[in-house]
Design a binder for this molecule. Structure first.
Ligand code: ZN
Length: 506
């Protein structure tokens, strides 16, 4: 790199870091909005956030920033493609190129439709009246098609939307993996149902005082490696994990005094996201090397700690006695096997966010297939509720009695989020593949969990995944870490290994 180019690179990094600083201020306000903001302060907070969003956007589309990136890309990417510098230039340029392809009028129309769409959806869901939401969904689909055209795509318009969350991933690849998964998962779920076995769910629905749940959850999050010196745990309606700065990643949960799972597994999930964020290289904060590879990879980390660790027998061999000390009245008489079966109850249900580890993926598959069909024009908004119900019958053997518990249950489409759902299933798939590889390399993980040792797994994840930031795409990362492309097989193996013995299947 010549002096001139080195100076230009410095300018680009300074610009990107300042943009990230404004975005982090927006995150502080957003976190506050979801935790402690007084109800009456909402309108002004929305103005503050909109203002900062505008500032961030202006900085991304800034002409000089674009010129610097173009010059650096022409000079540097061709000659040193594998360096940190090249990764930063390539990722920033890619992100900027996407932003400038969208005409201002389309961005505004998308934002307006999302705001109005969410209001209409809330009302439609409350009144179980799909017709109230239908025109907004129609508008959203039309705009999303325009967005895909503006962004450009090789194969399928959905590629352009998916790219927002899974950079460089292809619809055809996701479709191939998910339909392979579906072919094995639908019969497994049917066999579980036909087994006639059911755990004693009553165990989890006893009394669990909220304050005690908070302490217990915090202790578990700490044990798996979430760092409370650089984070905290608060209460919200919808649990989330938010990064507010290089050493400030916060998680939230919600509590039900009469249901153990709600808070505990949310804490494990969000702590999994938090452990990833806390392990990104903070020196690069504001640059792509300190950003998660993709939403799917992010979700793989939360699912791994929630399901592969937190719902394992080995974990509870260590933690059930601890839990019994925290909740002696409710768990004192519960055996490990009864508890383990209850937290792994599989049951087809109507609501995605309440679904278990096995059926969850079918909820996602249904949404992915319907999004594709809507983008292709194969399913119109008039046919959507019946298409939804048909798929629930086909894959889960149940029919939503009302649209409020069917097609109207999720907020995603009302807010213009199309292409997001598959990242949840990708998260489960990546988690399974990474976890199988960790087991190959680290040996007896169960033995470690039984002793309450989680650091070997956490450090392995940091070494293999976290420290790379956005150096690799998700597809490259999974190849790099496991030596093979994404496959549904590790997830199915995990589900077979767990559920066949629990439900007495062969
Ligand atoms: Zn998550």
């Amino acid at each position: 790199m010549t002096n001139n180019m080195a100076q230009l690179y410095q300018q680009v990094c300074d610009h990107a870091r300042q943009t990230a600083m404004i975005a982090s201020i927006e995150s502080v306000l957003g976190w506050d909005d979801h935790t402690y903001l007084p109800a009456a302060a909402g309108d002004y907070r929305a103005e503050q956030i909109t203002f900062l969003t505008g500032q961030v956007h202006q900085r991304w589309v800034d002409k000089a920033f674009g010129d610097w990136l173009d010059t650096l890309a022409a000079d540097h990417l061709a000659t040193h493609p594998a360096t940190d510098t090249a990764v930063v230039i390539h990722r920033l340029k890619r992100q900027r190129d996407r932003r400038i392809k969208l005409p201002q009028s389309l961005v505004e129309e998308l934002t307006r439709t999302a705001v109005l769409g969410q209001l209409a959806w809330q009302e439609a869901r409350a009144q179980n009246d799909y017709a109230k939401f239908r025109p907004y969904l129609q508008k959203t689909i039309t705009l999303k098609k325009q967005q895909a055209e503006a962004l450009g795509f090789n194969d399928h318009p959905y590629d352009a939307l998916l790219d927002e969350f899974e950079p460089e991933e292809q619809t055809a690849n996701v479709g191939r993996v998910l339909s392979g998964l579906r072919e094995q998962l639908v019969p497994l779920v049917a066999a579980i149902l036909n087994s006639g076995r059911q755990p004693r769910m009553e165990i989890l629905k006893r009394n669990f005082p909220v304050e005690v749940q908070k302490t217990f959850g915090q202790r578990a999050a700490e044990a798996i490696g979430y760092d409370f010196k650089r984070g905290r745990l608060d209460v919200t309606v919808h649990p989330f994990c938010a990064t507010l700065g290089p050493h400030d990643c916060r998680i939230t949960a919600r509590y039900d005094e009469n249901f153990f799972n709600m808070a505990f597994f949310a804490v494990m999930h969000e702590a999994g996201h938090g452990i990833y964020e806390q392990a990104l290289p903070a020196d690069y904060y504001g640059l792509p090397l300190c950003e998660a590879a993709s939403m799917g990879i992010h979700e793989s980390q939360s699912r791994m700690w929630e399901n592969f660790v937190g719902r394992s027998r080995a974990f509870w061999r260590h933690y059930l006695p601890v839990a019994q000390a925290f909740f002696p009245q409710s768990l004192g008489d519960v055996s490990l096997e009864d508890f383990y079966f209850a937290i792994n109850d599989v049951r087809p249900s109507l609501i995605r966010v309440e679904a278990d580890e096995a059926t969850y993926n079918l909820h996602i598959l249904i949404r992915f297939e319907l999004e594709l069909a809507m983008m292709q024009g194969d399913v119109g908004v008039d046919d959507l509720p019946s298409a939804w119900n048909d798929k629930y019958r086909q894959y889960l053997g149940i029919t939503p009695p009302r649209d409020a518990e069917g097609v109207l249950q999720d907020m995603h489409w009302s807010g213009g989020l199309i292409g997001y759902f598959p990242t949840y299933a990708l998260g489960n798939l990546y988690a399974a593949q990474f976890f199988a590889q960790a087991r190959n390399e680290l040996g007896n993980l169960d033995g470690m969990f039984e002793r309450g040792e989680f650091e070997p797994l956490r450090l392995w994840l940091r070494e293999k995944i976290h420290r790379h930031g956005k150096r690799f795409t998700a597809a490259e990362l999974v190849e790099h870490v496991t030596g093979r492309p994404l496959s549904y097989e590790p997830l199915m193996m995990h589900l077979y290994d767990k559920f066949r013995p629990l439900y007495g299947l062969d």
